[in-house]
Design a protein around this ligand. Structure first.
Ligand code: FE2
Length: 423
């Protein structure tokens, strides 16, 4: 099979590179003896079956989002039917991941942390245009190193849920190559969100976060998505980590350098399902649809259905209408529950007016130890020691001089391993 053209760094001429890769991918599919339309139809049928299943669950009043008790994860007693639903939907609410009292204590700890350091007086506005903000106070706090966040990241309860979620992926190839270590997380530092009672929020449109044009244009991702383009589309497995854990990613002002099996957050307040909460298109294999859709003839040759660098990957009615039918919100959650979704899945945050109650979360994903995450951990260690913003995020560095941030002496074994300070 001929090699695909590939760009290991952002191409200088995005339009030209897009035309070139689309032609090459179409040629490769044709060389397999199938047409793009035929391959896309296979994916469309598979995805439509999932959409129909979600619609019928909704009609029958069955929950779309799987819910699993933390105690079952810890004891290894998750019922088979729930495991099956997790694999089909690619998302999960972990009930009682933390004691409610622990989550509320962390919430108070964060308030104390930002107030004692005069964060609101010093806040300079959003450092990126990824998320809107309400008034002069932020919704997303660019805060990474509070004791609460670090305690949650290095807790054994977090580690056991991350290991369980990582274990849903195929992490070792049939020939024995291990793509990641499911039992060790890389402690990816992310921000917090605190949306106050009474807030109006425009929400966040449907998008996905695993990458942008690099998904089609780098050699590693071309191998990861090989089945979509080489005539074996039936073998595409959204849970296979092969070739996903070492390759480069095109840079952006807010990006994710690491490989995450699941994106996730832990609730620090109770949130009702109609108060501007997270939604997903809970179909992991929809990624095949998103990857193949630009190759159909109704999309201009220099257009990847709107995907470009340094902006999130948009999904929407224009190119992905059948998928949007399945958009499903989380159920009511309580402080201490956590919410997770497969790293390739479309998600959004619903708008809300005059929100009832607070909407507070700590973003903590599952980012297992692998070459890509190990490389990023080196810059995380530096940011941790100096109190800076991690390099995936805008360089706001609020916490550098905050005396009560989490310190190295507070690390336990999970924390040290996560930062690459122990093996
Ligand atoms: Fe996102």
């Amino acid at each position: 099979m001929t090699l695909l053209p590939h760009w290991e760094e952002t191409p200088a001429d995005l339009g030209a590179a897009t035309r070139e890769i689309k032609a090459a991918l179409r040629d490769r599919i044709a060389a397999s003896g199938r047409t793009v339309e035929e391959v896309f139809a296979v994916v469309e049928k598979r995805v439509q079956a999932a959409v129909d299943d979600i619609s019928s669950a909704r009609r029958d009043g069955r929950p779309v989002w799987p819910e699993i008790e933390y105690s079952d994860i810890a004891a290894g007693t998750v019922p088979a039917a729930q495991l099956d639903l997790l694999r089909r939907r690619g998302c999960l609410v972990v009930r009682g991941h933390f004691e409610r009292s622990q989550a509320l204590e962390w919430e108070r700890g964060i308030v104390d942390y930002v107030e004692s350091n005069h964060f609101f007086e010093n806040y300079r506005g959003p450092g990126d245009d990824f998320f809107g903000s309400v008034g002069s106070r932020p919704e997303i706090y660019p805060i990474y190193w509070s004791p609460a966040q670090m305690q949650a990241r290095q807790s054994s309860r977090m580690a056991s849920v991350q290991a369980f979620l990582n274990g849903q992926w195929k992490h070792t190839s049939d020939d024995g190559e291990q793509w990641f270590d499911p039992g060790r997380d890389s402690l990816y530092p992310d921000r917090i969100r605190r949306r106050p009672e009474g807030a109006d929020s425009a929400g966040l449109g449907t998008h996905l976060d695993p990458g942008t044009l690099d998904l089609w244009m780098t050699s590693a991702f071309q191998q990861a998505f090989r089945h979509l383009f080489d005539g074996t589309v039936e073998q595409y497995d959204p849970w296979d980590a092969a070739h996903r854990t070492a390759g480069p990613q095109y840079p952006g002002s807010t990006m994710c350098s690491v490989f995450r099996t699941f994106q996730g957050w832990t609730a620090l307040s109770d949130m009702d399902h109609d108060q501007g909460v997270l939604h997903t298109v809970p179909i992991p294999e929809a990624m095949a649809y998103l990857m193949l859709r630009p190759l159909l003839p109704d999309v201009p040759d220099d257009d990847m259905c709107g995907v470009t660098v340094n902006q999130v990957f948009p999904a929407g009615h224009k190119w992905h209408a059948p998928l949007m039918e399945a958009l499903s919100g989380i159920p009511d959650v309580r402080a201490g529950d956590s919410v997770w979704w497969h790293c390739d899945m479309i998600h959004s945050v619903a708008p809300v007016e005059a929100q009832k109650g607070w909407g507070n979360v700590m973003y903590i994903p599952a980012a297992p130890w692998c070459p890509r995450n190990e490389a990023y951990a080196a810059s995380v260690r530096e940011a941790f020691l100096s109190g800076e913003s991690p390099s995936d995020f805008p360089a706001e560095h609020y916490e550098r001089d905050w005396p009560n941030r989490f310190r190295p002496g507070g690390l336990n074994e999970i924390g040290r391993r996560g930062l690459g300070l122990a093996n």
